[in-house]
Write a protein that binds this ligand. Structure first.
Ligand code: ATP
Ligand code: MG
Length: 320
């Protein structure tokens, strides 16, 4: 078992100190390990367009990680590589001890657009995914699993509706049910709530959060919404602006895992965290692209914990 040590106390406004702020994850802790990946596209003139290179990111089992960065910095590219939809130009992604090759039902993707089959009912869409996962399951077993997933996202009673009969929020719920029904090892979400109205977005965030905590799901999610990341994430990965984007920092969320949306803003560290994320998006994402601090190591990006001057520091596993 990992020894627990209190994390370093840092002020939110302090610039991260790359040397002092790194927290290395031991090999046994790494469930997902992005190891030195690059993505380059050919460009006119011969010099390729490098979206990012030498990008490293480990994730623990059961962790909820959000990635934030400006448009074009390569977030979707990272997610597509994790999903196996794209191959990196260099580097490798290890999941549960194995280098990934292509797509797998172990890694479910929820896109911004729900991508449902329009001719199938809600039950039909979810059952289709379930039967792809468990090819030998009986029809009754498939239906039972599908119905359970549909009920989990609050759509019991709508099993026989087609996508055209559903609201945007309901369609997105079906997409979530379909992803959860195949019991993936990893859930990958690319701005899954961004097209929804604020009320529906909040409700779905609550449901996803509840489900992920109950099932211990490992999640990698891209968002542009700072508040969404504070509510959902255990760690928030901050990307500098592209091209040649870098993981500028990994921000540990100091708020308790069991957090309530209604009183989030009263939690110690909330404003320090929010201000830190906003400052990054407003200015540091650009200034860091132009010049990373001395000692910056792409393999071990700085880990910061805004607001950790608060009364109850949360223990983290010891560095390896
Ligand atoms: N097929 C392609 N050919 C050339 N360049 C591409 C291709 N696909 C993506 N890119 C480039 O890769 C970069 C990263 O794209 P990506 O979609 O990963 O960004 P993103 O961070 O997800 O942006 P957004 O927040 O707008 O979704 C962009 O500059 C984009 O132009
Ligand atoms: Mg994107």
């Amino acid at each position: 078992m990992s020894k627990l040590i209190p994390f370093a106390r840092r002020s939110a406004s302090a610039a991260p100190d790359p040397a002092a702020g790194t927290s290395r994850m031991s090999s046994s802790e790494k469930f997902i390990s992005i190891e030195g990946i690059a993505r380059r596209y050919p460009a006119p003139g011969g010099k390729p367009n490098t979206v990012f290179e030498n990008l490293w990111l480990p994730m623990r089992r059961g962790e909820f990680v959000c990635m934030i960065g400006h448009s074009g910095c390569g977030k979707t590219t990272v997610l597509n590589i994790l999903a196996g939809l794209e191959a990196p130009s260099e580097g490798v992604v290890i999941v549960d001890g194995q280098a990934i090759e292509g797509t797998s039902l172990d890694r479910a993707v929820i896109f911004q657009g729900h991508a449902l089959l329009p001719w199938r009912t809600v039950l039909g869409n979810v059952a289709y995914a379930v039967s792809s996962r468990w090819r030998k399951a009986s029809r009754a077993e498939v239906e039972e699993r599908a119905r359970k997933a549909i009920a989990t996202v609050g759509l019991a009673g709508s099993e026989h509706k087609r996508p055209s009969e559903l609201s945007g929020g309901m369609k997105q719920r079906v997409g979530i049910a379909r992803a959860l029904a195949i019991e993936p090892k990893i859930l990958l979400m690319d701005e899954p709530f961004s097209a929804l109205d604020a009320l529906t977005r909040g409700t779905l965030q609550d449901e996803v959060r509840r489900i992920c905590i109950e099932t211990g799901q490992t999640v990698f999610m891209i968002t542009h919404d700072v508040d969404e990341s504070i509510y959902l994430a255990d760690r928030i990965v901050l990307m500098t602006n592209g091209p040649e984007a870098k993981v500028a920092e990994i921000v540990e969320n100091p708020l308790p895992k069991r957090r309530e949306r209604a009183n989030l803003h009263h939690a110690p560290g909330y404003y320090a965290l929010r201000n830190h994320l906003m400052d990054f998006l407003v200015s540091r994402s650009k200034s860091l692209r132009d010049a990373m601090p001395a000692g910056y190591d792409q393999r071990h990006p700085p880990v910061v914990r805004p607001g950790s001057d608060g009364p109850e520091p949360i223990p983290v596993p010891a560095a390896s």
